[in-house]
Ligand binder design. Structure first.
Ligand SMILES: [Zn+2]
Length: 151
């Protein structure tokens, strides 16, 4: 179930006549985006959203930053922070910040290395599929002991 508020949905119909499906404003028939009383607010919110997206794209390009969704992205943000911190005047606080950034970078490198190892293991498993049956189904290896003094 998507909504817990029951069956109330926005009365707006899209150009293809599909309903909007958003939750309407309290005591209203339309959601925030389609309420005729909030046309200016909705336009302003859209404008600010567009500005924000453009600004993010600009910053993303300037810093060659692709987000925090990968070890690479996390490493990049740490690099930026290290360069910015190194550019500050020397102080105990700067040294502490650099030590913290180095610790965090070390963890990111460890996770990155683990990811690489897992990928190699997975590739190895994929290219060498296990022969039929599990290793647990094979006959057990029984060592051939020679009993001392047994002859
Ligand atoms: Zn709506």
């Amino acid at each position: 179930m998507l909504r817990s508020t029951g069956s109330r949905t926005c009365s707006f119909r899209k150009s293809n006549n599909d309903p909007c499906r958003a939750t309407p404003m309290r005591d209203g028939r339309f959601c925030f985006w389609h309420d005729p009383d909030h046309v200016q607010d909705a336009a302003e919110a859209r404008r600010l959203g567009g500005l924000r997206r453009r600004r993010e794209k600009t910053i993303e390009g300037a810093y060659e930053f692709k987000g925090l969704g990968s070890v690479e992205g996390i490493s990049r943000i740490l690099e930026i922070a290290v360069y910015d911190t190194l550019g500050l005047e020397n102080s105990i606080a700067r040294s502490r910040a650099l030590a913290y950034l180095a610790q965090t970078a070390l963890r990111a490198l460890e996770v990155g290395e683990l990811e690489e190892r897992l990928a190699l293991l997975q590739a190895s498993i994929d290219s060498n599929p296990e022969p039929a049956g599990s290793v647990f189904d094979r006959p057990a290896y029984v060592p051939d002991y020679e009993m001392i003094g047994d002859n």
